[in-house]
Design a protein around this ligand. Structure first.
Ligand SMILES: [Zn+2]
Length: 468
């Protein structure tokens, strides 16, 4: 049997074992190709990817991500093709991403996609015969940045387990943070959220950490009299101002006594309409003078725009330039694994990810009923609409806690009804479909509410029984 092509649209497409395998491979590249003065920098080339071609399709401006992918491929002796600006070429001519990747997959062995819409990488993967790597899609995820971040943390600490990682800034619009918190939770690190006011983690990300990655919440402790970003995270009306702690970890003492890493992010102006609700938190020497930060690695995905003081650059805790340098060996390792360049590191089967989903898949025409409610989801892009469907996973059918998750952007919908196209009955009690036969499962149509179902001539009742 031919194994399906492996794509990396989310950090959750990789199992923990695969992630540590990528770290091992990145370290091997570093060991053999590093700069003699700067050991975290790849300074020489090899021929591991000789003959292979990487294409970058970037519909959004990028310098670091694009150049680090290109550098990674060139350091392995491969070649790179890229459109000067995909946003100004294909899309401007009215060509969809779906068509573009189908064409470009004839020219390259692996494609990196960056796109302003959430879920664009998953759509590209649906239409691509070679591996697609998500180079950042809207506010959804940026998995290769997270691999760099984790690799950096892994180099500086003996284990992720019980590591205390504080995350400061725009947690709402930063796709980097969404990938990072999932990975940290899966590896058992403690996450201390320090969002700018109004820029907390999106509720679907927060709920997923709580409900599916076994994080429990502990209100963070206030810092009396300390005019720092710590003061922002304990407020009665902002339920996200909490710490996320994997089950079984007693964090209270640790959290106040030691922070192992402070991860700083910039305000994602382009994804927030340019408005900022409050003074944005700044990390500087004064903030880091608290004893609990004395050994904390200071990290930042870069670029910075004022939230991380330049005076920190000479501080021994500053890790961000080293973190950026690891982008090359990590991307070398990921490309290697996807293309099977090293026999012992191969991501060819699709058995990775978290966890292998047993959720019911829903796949219906975009106009049949419910649509993703995230306005920035790729399903709402007019160019892509002929190529997308309303695709969801039924994460929970428990009454009052039912949940549909968009397959593209992974935003959840918590209120919906289900109808049966044959009986023309619908119900909000989604648990009823658990009694359905496999034939009946194909008859279900999901609607956003009663009114939407009634408008399509469905009547309230038991969808499995035409008589009731
Ligand atoms: Zn969506």
């Amino acid at each position: 049997m031919v194994k399906p092509t492996r794509h990396i649209a989310s950090i959750n497409d990789l199992s923990k074992t695969e992630i540590t395998g990528i770290f091992d491979l990145a370290q091997t590249y570093l060991d053999t190709l590093h700069d003699p003065i700067l050991p975290y920098r790849v300074a020489r080339s090899c021929d591991a990817a000789s003959g292979a071609v990487l294409a970058t399709l970037f519909y959004e401006p990028s310098t670091r991500t694009r150049l680090s992918f290109e550098s990674a491929m060139l350091r392995m002796g491969g070649r790179v093709i890229s459109s000067a600006d995909s946003g100004a070429s294909s899309a401007a001519k009215g060509e969809s991403l779906a068509d573009t990747v189908r064409v470009v997959s004839n020219y390259a062995d692996v494609i990196v996609v960056r796109h302003p819409r959430d879920g664009a990488a998953r759509l590209a993967a649906d239409y691509c015969s070679v591996p697609v790597i998500n180079g950042g899609d809207g506010s959804h995820e940026h998995p290769t940045q997270t691999l760099c971040d984790l690799f950096t943390l892994n180099k500086r600490n003996s284990s992720f387990k019980n590591l205390n990682v504080a995350i400061s800034g725009d947690l709402r619009g930063s796709r980097t943070i969404h990938s990072l918190v999932y990975a940290l939770a899966r590896f058992g690190a403690n996450i201390i959220l320090m969002p700018a006011k109004g820029l907390e983690l999106p509720s679907h990300v927060f709920n997923r950490l709580r409900d599916e990655m076994h994080c429990r919440m502990t209100p963070a402790q206030s810092e009396n009299g300390h005019a720092s970003i710590d003061a922002l995270y304990v407020t009665a009306n902002a339920p996200h101002q909490l710490s996320l702690i994997p089950e079984g970890v007693d964090i209270h003492v640790r959290m106040t006594s030691r922070v192992d890493a402070v991860y700083v992010t910039r305000f994602q102006k382009e994804r927030s309409g340019g408005k900022i609700e409050n003074t944005y938190p700044t990390v500087n020497a004064e903030f880091l003078s608290d004893a609990k930060y004395s050994n904390a690695s200071v990290m930042h995905p870069l670029p910075r725009v004022g939230e991380l003081d330049q005076s920190m650059d000479t501080d021994k805790r500053a890790t961000y330039f080293e973190q950026a340098a690891y982008g090359v060996p990590i991307r070398m390792a990921l490309i290697s694994a996807l293309l099977g360049l090293q026999n012992n590191h191969l991501l060819k089967s699709y058995d990775g990810g978290f966890p292998s989903s047993k959720a019911l898949s829903i796949d219906q025409h975009l106009d049949a009923g419910i649509q993703c409610q995230n306005a920035n989801c790729i399903v709402h892009d007019t160019l892509e609409q002929p190529y997308v469907r309303s695709k969801f996973s039924l994460i929970s059918s428990v009454p009052e806690r039912s949940k549909l998750r968009c397959v593209y952007c992974e935003t959840d919908i918590e209120h919906f009804v289900v109808g049966n196209v044959e009986t023309r009955k619908f119900t909000a009690n989604v648990a009823q479909i658990n009694a359905a036969t496999s034939r009946q499962l194909k008859q279900f149509v999901f609607f956003k509410d009663d009114q939407a179902a009634l408008a399509r001539d469905y009547r309230s009742g038991d969808p499995l029984n035409a008589g009731r």
